[in-house]
Design a protein around this ligand. Sequence first.
Ligand SMILES: C[S@@+](CC[C@H](N)C(=O)[O-])C[C@H]1O[C@@H](n2cnc3c(N)ncnc32)[C@H](O)[C@@H]1O
Length: 260
Amino acid sequence: MQRLYIIGSGPGGLDYLSPAARTALESCSDLVGHGLYLNLLGPLAEGKTRHKTPMGEELGRATIALDLAAAGQTTALISSGDAGIYGMATVVFELLARKPKPEWAAVDIEVIPGISAMQAAAARVGAPLAHDFCVISLSDLLTPWDLIARRIDLAGQGDFAVALYNAVSNKRAWQLQEARQILLRYRQPETPVIVAFNVTRKGEQLTVTTLGELDPEPLNMLSLVLVGNSETRRVGQWVYTPRGYHAKPELAGHPLVTAD
Ligand SMILES: C[S@@+](CC[C@H](N)C(=O)[O-])C[C@H]1O[C@@H](n2cnc3c(N)ncnc32)[C@H](O)[C@@H]1O
C-alpha cells in the first residue's frame, strides 16, 4: 500500500505527541521533515530513513514525501505543532492541486493532528484563549503586510484574544512592534501578554508581560505571543480570559460565575 502520513508532532516534548501519531510513526520506514523536528522525535525516529530538508524548502519536502510514498515506502511527513496550522498539510494539497504527478494518485494520505504551540503556551499560563480568539502569522513572506495589518486591526476591533505566530525571525522584528501598535488602538496597555519560547522543549521560557511593555527585541523564530482580549486578567500566577457569561443577569447566581 502507498501511504503518506502527515503528522503534527506537537510543540516539541514527546509527552505531547498523540498516540495516533506514535502508532503511525511506528509503521513508517521513512521520515521527511526539517532536521529540528526529526531530531525532536528522538527514539521514535530510530531505525527509520530520515530525509532532512532545510527551513524554507517546503515544496521540495512535500515532493520528496509524496515520491517516497508513491514508491511504496510508508512515509511520515513531520510538521511541528498541528500540521494544518502554518504546517505541511496544506503544502501537500497545494502540490496535488497544482503540479500533480500521475503516480501520486495512488497514495493514501492521512493527516494526524497535533497540539499547536499556542495551546501548549496557553496551558502553561492558565487559560488565556478561553473565549473567542484568532491566530495570525506575522510572516510577510507569502502574505502581503497590508493584509496582515488589516487582520490584526480587525482582531482588535472584534476584541479577539490573538495568538501571533512567526512573531519575529532572524531578519525581521518590526512586524511585532507594528502589531503591538495596532492592538493598542483598541486595548489597554495593561492587557496581559504571554511571550512563549521553545514551549515543551529544552530551554522553554514563558514570560507574562503587558501589551504596553511588550519588547520584540529578545524574541526569535522559536517564539510566539499571546495577547489577551479586554477581559483577560491575572489571578496569582495564572492568566485567564473569562467565558463572558457575567453580563447575563440570569447567570449571575451561577456558582461558576464570578461576581466581578
Ligand atoms: C511555521 S509555524 C508552525 C506552527 C505549528 N504548525 C503549530 O501548530 O504550532 C512556526 C512558528 O510556530 C511557533 N512555534 C512553534 N513551536 C513553538 C514552540 N514550541 N514554542 C514557541 N513557539 C512555537 C513560532 O511562532 C514559530 O515561528
